[in-house]
Ligand binder design. Structure first.
Ligand SMILES: NC(=O)c1ccc[n+]([C@@H]2O[C@H](COP(=O)([O-])OP(=O)(O)OC[C@H]3O[C@@H](n4cnc5c(N)ncnc54)[C@H](OP(=O)(O)O)[C@@H]3O)[C@@H](O)[C@H]2O)c1
Length: 479
């Protein structure tokens, strides 16, 4: 959207955060260039954070006249441990954006999601929001609350608001470009990474083959959004694909792409009929966050408002076929599955230096748990792993677990059977329970070497452990 706005001669003020991977300015410029912007002229980056009062920005940096605000920032995490962050960013953050928009009398374009429909079945109209439906996760619920705030704000202030509801956004239809590899990419990556472990075996996955998945290439989403903004008619719009894929279609695509012997969708009961194979266990663990999206039927996203508003100007939806998947897969591989603003984990750490909060975690918090079961019902987990914490003050920690009991934690011990590489800030998010280790691994914020199956078993158990024993460092700026 920023690339389009700059192309049309608009001035874009982009609010973004600085991270260990770069300043707000660097990150936005990289992302906008990657999205094929021909020019960065007219782009101003303002550092801010929508969870802070006044969005954490120096108000003097804002232009005196704002044409409209496009609100895109969100916490797109589905794991239960992200519940609080979902609320902070997707609800309280929206409220702060609304306050800013009101102060400037600026119209708002709010990016929601088609999945506010939750577990509703059958047609869902664009103007419908809360119809008593249940949701798959706290992310969906938080997006409902955010959308509700926007609707109430538009009524109470009389300022125009447009709500855009994309389905599952995937790479550009022509070149496969994506600036971050989340949602469906995490499944693609799991298959790509685990291909050798799967070999020729058939994999049973719990899912309903008739369920559809509405995937929309990002350029189509941006084209639709741009046309709607240009048309300037307030309202709620489904930015969805008119021809969603069924899981059956996706299965064929995965077979073509990964050359495996096939995926078979089964019910929970069918899965229980035979013990899962090693390859199945790996797949199930890797896809844990997405189970509910494979199982429950997807809503039918009615596009009446979109069709009526755009009429002849409605862009043609690109095909989401094997050739398209090949393009997005090749592109993701060419970027080593790392988003344009994410840097690679640093090289091996210096043996003498170790980080304050990381050291505290291993030497105080974890050592207090020595010779105790990690979790009451985990008795069959044994192995040695090594955690290589990279970033500002790197360190390497070996951990020995025997029959579910934590036996040893040691600085600079041996490499063990599997080695995790993770940046310090991501590590602190994981141990504080705000980011699941599965999510960190699948989104490539953590890397694994060595015995993949053991690593995935550890990840599953550790996810429960971090939820049960979240770590709050003495210096809470790391939380
Ligand atoms: N991806 C999809 O399939 C999909 C589908 C439907 C709707 N959506 C919606 O589309 C929007 C973009 O999603 P996405 O998939 O592109 O997710 P994304 O890549 O995670 O982008 C979300 C952005 O929000 C920013 N952000 C998060 N917390 C922030 C904060 N406190 N202050 C400032 N910025 C913050 C993130 O900044 P950092 O880079 O600094 O973390 C990130 O750039 C969201 O509103 C999402 O709900 C996405």
């Amino acid at each position: 959207m920023a690339a389009k706005a700059l192309r049309s001669g608009m001035h874009v003020h982009a609010l973004a955060r600085s991270t260990a991977e770069g300043s707000a300015q660097e990150r936005v410029r990289r992302a906008v260039l990657e999205a094929q912007a021909e020019t960065l002229q007219g782009l101003t980056v303002i550092e801010g954070d929508i969870t802070e009062d006044g969005l954490g920005i120096d108000s003097g940096l804002l232009p005196s006249r704002i044409g409209f605000i496009l609100h895109c920032a969100a916490c797109v995490e589905f794991a239960p441990e992200a519940r609080q962050l979902n609320q902070r960013v997707n609800v309280e953050g929206v409220n702060r954006v609304l306050r800013l928009a009101k102060a400037h009398r600026a119209p708002l374009v709010h990016v929601s999601t088609a999945y506010v429909a939750g577990l509703r079945q059958g047609p869902c109209m664009e103007e419908e929001l809360e119809e008593g439906q249940a949701h798959r996760n706290a992310y969906e619920q938080s997006k409902v609350s955010g959308e509700k705030l926007v609707r109430e704000w538009a009524i109470s202030t009389g300022i125009p608001a447009m709500i855009l509801r994309p389905a599952i956004v995937t790479g550009d239809s022509r070149k496969g470009i994506a600036i971050r590899f989340n949602t469906i990419y995490e499944m693609l990556r799991a298959f790509d990474l685990l291909g050798p472990a799967i070999g020729d075996q058939e994999i049973r996955i719990v899912g309903n083959p008739l369920t559809t998945k509405n995937l929309v290439p990002v350029d189509y989403v941006a084209d639709l959004a741009w046309e709607l903004i240009t048309a300037g008619r307030s309202g709620t719009y489904h930015l969805t694909h008119p021809r969603p894929l069924s899981l059956c279609d996706l299965k064929k695509v995965f077979e073509e792409l990964f050359g495996s012997n096939g995926v078979r969708f089964v019910t929970d009961d069918e899965l229980k009929c035979a013990a899962p194979t090693r390859a199945e266990r790996i797949c199930h663990r890797a896809m844990a966050g997405y189970r509910s999206y494979l199982n429950a039927p997807e809503s039918v996203f009615d596009r009446r408002n979109l069709d009526d508003t755009l009429g002849d100007r409605l862009p043609r939806a690109p095909e989401v076929d094997v050739a398209y998947f090949r393009r997005i897969l090749e592109y993701a591989r060419s970027r080593q599955w790392r988003g344009v603003c994410e840097s690679a984990p640093a090289a091996a750490p210096h043996p003498q230096r170790h980080a304050g909060p990381v050291r505290e975690y291993f030497e105080k918090f974890l050592e207090e748990k020595l010779d105790r079961a990690l979790l009451p019902d985990v008795r069959r987990l044994s192995g040695r792993l090594c955690i290589n914490v990279t970033g500002g003050t790197p360190s390497r920690w070996s951990v020995h677990v025997q029959d579910g009991v934590l036996r040893e934690v040691k600085l600079n011990g041996d490499h063990g059977q599997c080695l995790f590489h993770v940046g310090e800030s991501v590590f602190m998010q994981i141990v504080s329970g705000t980011l699941s280790p599965q999510q960190a691994f699948l989104s490539r914020r953590a890397e694994i070497d060595g015995d993949m199956e053991l690593a995935l078993r550890f990840i599953t158990v550790m996810a429960q452990f971090f939820r049960r024993f979240p770590y709050v460092p003495a210096d809470s700026s790391h939380a």
